[in-house]
Design a protein. Structure first.
Length: 208
């Protein structure tokens, strides 16, 4: 059972519909016991980084997510959820994140021809083949964000070109993230979610 972590950040129902479509049994929950026993986790998110971390802390879920990640459960962060996987964000001053992947969220550079927030369809360039990036090189996916993951190249699996090279997909071990919304990215997004299903069904990170 996949648990979609519920912390009042919106878009959970859209994520659930997409998981239903690719055949991943799922439940929306904020119950720590259900999260601990899940076969995989989706951390969705829209909105402000600091508010999202506050909500996770109020629900006692920060240490639970960190514990589950340490134990090898596959995790996929989506949009703001991906940013929360990092060490922190500079949005409205520094806020500490979950610290599961090294990196800091920084504001997209101002560009008169490329507005912020970055909203719309952009082409993915895959730099590392994983279960999630298989067959999505050159596909278009849907972004909505003002901050990006400033992280080392070894954790970047795909990027999209905007005012800068935006890390579109990142991963470290059993922890994955997409800056874009796979649940809003048509067939390409469903391919990525099917890739996460493959990870959940077949990859054992506990033996590494």
């Amino acid at each position: 059972m996949i648990i979609i972590i519920d912390y009042d950040t919106g878009n959970t129902l859209n994520v659930q519909k997409a998981l239903d479509h690719v055949g991943l049994a799922n439940k929306i929950s904020a119950d720590p016991d259900e999260i601990r026993t899940a076969s995989g986790l989706i951390l969705p998110g829209v909105g402000a980084f600091a508010l999202a971390m506050k909500e996770l802390k109020q629900r006692g879920l920060v240490s639970v997510i960190q514990e589950v990640a340490q134990n090898g459960t596959p995790i996929l962060g989506v949009c703001l959820g991906m940013q929360l996987l990092l060490e922190g964000s500079m949005e409205n001053g520094f806020t500490e994140g979950l610290g599961l992947i090294e990196g800091i969220c920084e504001k997209l550079p101002d560009d008169p021809d490329l507005p912020v927030p970055h909203m719309g369809w952009n082409q993915l360039v895959v730099t590392e083949e994983t279960y999630l990036t298989k067959d999505v090189d050159g596909k278009y996916v849907y972004f909505v964000h003002s901050y990006y993951a400033d992280c080392e190249s070894e954790v970047i699996d795909a990027f999209a070109q905007y005012s800068i090279k935006i890390p579109g997909m990142i991963s470290k071990g059993n922890v994955y993230g997409t800056q874009f919304h796979p649940e809003k990215s048509s067939e390409a997004g469903l391919m990525i979610l099917r890739g996460f299903k493959e990870v959940v069904d077949h990859v054992d990170f506990t033996s590494n």
